[in-house]
Design a protein. Structure first.
Length: 468
């Protein structure tokens, strides 16, 4: 996050005041009605928190958005949490987070006076016409910065999705409808009652649970939330990547007619087929897929870490000597990136590699290398980690290209592909074994550490995964 991009103004905490009753405070409002000092103009939408109106602030001569929080959330605990989190949001100043100007009450119903955005939801923006992936990514990066700023301020969104992001006429993306009024987390029994409807919405199987109010939107929820656990920054990263996947490819990454089926698909990494007419670069695919990992520890360590990759774009250097060694090991020579028609069938290498090498494993190996031997091991550990990163990336690309040689170019038979996939699986098992040895080894075992990769290099022409 760039310096100066986020400002928390401790003096901006609005004063909560009790207002006199206004016309229609607990019901639908008409043009000219008052909510505190604000004059209602038009109803502009409805979200998970309540109804939103365009209004006029006569004191400051500006247009604002007034959100009347659902009256069913007026119990003492929900109201106290709403006010506490709303005040925290009001102190947050970021160009990609909706600004809260004022908080008040009318007849015990809480209202928020917010920045008025002249624009459309991100969902509507995506549906207007086909967008270039570069344009989609640019808007999502802006929204991601807003989400990261909220996390830094200690606020969770709880329901991030395209319909909760606004795209202004000037191109600015603003995250809105933070889940300030969400009830407590659902129980596993309540989750099990949810079913997908034909139009893609979700509803409860009984009348006692309102799925939209209780949960947000299940297709954007991380598996740990679908299991009944609480939301955190990693689960919101998952929701962000679901929305980004949907924006890039036109479909959500996982499908399921019930919460149990949806959760199983996520944990198994079973992606839905992507439309062939929406090609995207491999580096972007990898970044999004990592954020969609079923296990939180396998996702990016934070939203800023993910955003750094999305903003940086493709690596400037591809380490051709490393990739060539892997390609020779299986007889694959990559010439071009797979066309979209075959790319979907050959996706999944990154997810497979992440089962052996992810962020949690990386931290574990670093700790082991730093504690092994004597002297300063930081430089050696850093070099070893870089080498394993390179190996895992090149392994994923080589495996995908091997698949494409059969399904995209028809250059090899199915039997040849099967043998080459077996070779890749063997290499991944070797890498797993080497990492386990390194994690468990004590000082003075450097010669033993080199042996597995050296043997793999002699056997299949693959480079060493670590030089430590």
């Amino acid at each position: 996050m760039a310096s100066g991009e986020r400002l928390v103004d401790d003096d901006a905490t609005p004063v909560l005041t009790s207002r006199t009753r206004s016309p229609g405070a607990a019901a639908s409002l008409a043009r000219g009605d008052l909510v505190g000092r604000y004059v209602i103009l038009d109803r502009v939408g409805e979200g998970g928190m309540g109804v939103v109106y365009a209004a006029y602030d006569p004191e400051l001569d500006r247009r604002v958005a007034i959100k009347l929080v659902r009256p069913d959330l007026r119990d003492a605990d929900s109201r106290a949490r709403l006010l506490r989190e709303a005040k925290a949001m009001a102190r947050l100043r970021h160009p990609s987070v909706i600004a809260i100007h004022d908080i008040g009450e009318v007849d015990d119903q809480v209202f928020l006076a917010m920045e008025f955005i002249d624009g459309v939801t991100l969902g509507a923006w995506l549906r207007e016409f086909p967008r270039r992936w570069q344009d989609v990514l640019g808007v999502f990066v802006q929204a991601g910065r807003g989400l990261a700023a909220a996390h830094q301020a200690g606020v969770l969104h709880r329901d991030f999705k395209p319909d909760n992001v606004l795209v202004a006429r000037d191109g600015r993306a603003i995250v809105t409808d933070f889940g300030l009024a969400r009830p407590t987390a659902p129980t596993s029994t309540e989750l099990e009652t949810l079913r997908s409807t034909p139009d893609g919405a979700w509803q409860a199987a009984h009348e006692l649970t309102d799925a939209q109010q209780l949960l947000g939107t299940p297709p954007y929820m991380a598996p740990e939330q679908l299991a009944g656990g609480p939301a955190d920054e990693r689960s919101e990263q998952f929701a962000f990547c679901v929305a980004l996947f949907e924006g890039l490819y036109g479909v959500r990454p996982f499908a399921g007619a019930s919460v149990a089926v949806l959760r199983a698909a996520i944990e198994a990494g079973q992606l839905v087929p992507r439309p062939p007419a929406r090609p995207t670069p491999a580096w972007l695919d990898r970044a999004v897929l990592r954020g969609l990992s079923g296990a939180p520890a396998r996702r990016w360590p934070s939203m800023p870490a993910l955003l750094a990759v999305l903003e940086r774009g493709p690596p400037h250097r591809r380490w051709p000597w490393l990739a060539a060694g892997l390609f020779m090991a299986v007889g694959v020579f990559a010439a071009v990136r797979p066309p979209a028609a075959a790319a979907e069938r050959c996706s999944g290498s990154e997810l497979r590699a992440s089962r052996v090498w992810d962020e949690a494993r990386r931290h574990s190996l670093r700790r082991a290398l730093l504690s092994a031997g004597t002297g300063d091991r930081s430089a050696t550990a850093a070099a070893a980690l870089r080498e394993v990163d390179r190996y895992a990336q090149a392994w994923s690309e080589a495996r995908r290209d091997a698949c494409f040689a059969t399904h995209g170019q028809g250059e090899q038979s199915g039997a040849q592909l099967e043998r080459r996939m077996d070779c890749f699986d063997h290499q991944l098992r070797q890498l797993d074994g080497l990492l386990t040895m390194l994690e468990r080894a004590e000082g003075g075992t450097s010669s033993r550490r080199r042996e597995p990769c050296a043997a793999c290099r002699r056997r299949a022409g693959a480079p060493s995964a670590t030089s430590a």
